[in-house]
Design a protein around this ligand. Structure first.
Ligand code: A3P
Length: 299
């Protein structure tokens, strides 16, 4: 298998994963957090890039404006679990933990898709601030489907109907959507430094959600700065912004589907048949038992 052929899913401590996110496991589990680290945790395709960008602008937009114009977002907010083979012979493997160990700016902004039980224990011990972003399951499934079509470092998605079944079965990279959103929701009940937010709320009122984030992070940007950030993180602006739109990422084929694809609530209606939607809803009711965790599939 060449280094970048599509990987196989396998069971990893009860969660479906691919080797790109488990090859560096020992270093991930032993990762040493710093007390001011800020983590953005999400299931894939639920707004990680969006919130990473907001956090980066909130922390560095004023003090280090050149960061925004010259450093790609994935080098500013580092993926913890990634372990990618080098793009060229002779270069070493790209490991999130190693990159993070060498970050000298503070706070470090760290993104992850790990389910809650896999987060390195050092983050809990150091009481780090964590922002979790969740998105309704139907739009997540659609977004993940298009992403897997274009991201050659993920498993082959196949056709939509078999993909949807696989999503419902939780046989996805980073496991089941239900387990992920519920696991982090339950953690929030006992861990104070966890801010749980929803993609749909961000779409509905980005300014309000930025205010809540500032409150959680203890930041007080000026009204002008907040307005500036709000403008900068709108979908169309991000889609045009080469530092955040992932157009130049190798192994992402934007001709198949762009990373900044639609950015909407309710696109699932363009993909699910009536039968698929009913079947999905039945299965959803059986699995999502906690009445305190509610998602909106339209706004
Ligand atoms: P769609 O595929 O539905 O368009 P992640 O960053 O976690 O991989 O999530 C990607 C999803 O978030 C994509 O969803 C992408 O378009 C959407 N997204 C990214 N930035 C956004 C923004 N500023 N506004 C709305 N959606 C955004």
């Amino acid at each position: 298998m060449d280094a970048f052929s599509r990987p196989e899913l396998f069971d990893f401590h009860g969660v479906s994963m691919t080797h790109f996110f488990t090859d560096n496991w020992e270093n991930i589990q032993n990762f040493q957090a710093r007390p001011d680290d800020i983590i953005v945790a999400t299931y894939p395709k639920t707004g990680n890039t969006w919130v990473s960008y907001i956090l980066d602008l909130l922390h560095f937009g004023q003090t280090c404006p050149e960061r925004d114009t010259s450093v790609p977002l994935h080098e500013r907010v580092i993926n913890l679990e990634i372990a990618m083979p080098a793009m060229q012979p002779g270069l070493s493997m790209k490991k999130g933990t190693e990159i993070l160990d060498n970050v000298s700016t503070s706070p470090r902004l760290i993104r992850t898709h790990l389910p809650v039980q896999f987060l390195p224990k050092s983050f809990w011990e150091k009481n780090c601030k964590i922002v979790y972003v969740a998105r309704n399951a139907k739009d997540t499934a659609v977004s993940y489907f298009h992403f897997e079509r274009m991201a050659k470092i993920f498993p082959e998605p196949g056709d939509w109907s078999s993909y949807l079944q696989r999503f419902m079965d939780g046989k996805m990279v980073f496991g089941s959507w239900c387990d992920h959103v519920n696991g982090w929701w339950e953690k929030k009940q006992s861990y104070q430094n966890l801010h749980y937010m929803f993609y749909e709320d961000l779409i509905e009122d980005t300014g309000r959600e930025i205010d809540k984030l500032c409150c959680f992070l203890g930041l007080s940007p000026s009204a002008e700065e907040k307005e500036r950030i709000k403008g900068r993180v709108q979908f169309d602006d991000m889609k045009r912004n080469s530092m955040v739109n992932h157009l130049s990422v190798k192994n992402f084929d934007s001709k198949i589907s762009p990373f900044m694809r639609k950015g909407k609530v309710g696109d699932w209606k363009n993909h699910f048949t009536v039968d698929q939607s009913e079947h999905f809803d039945e299965d959803y009711k059986k699995k999502m038992k906690n009445p305190t965790l509610q998602f909106r599939t339209e706004i």
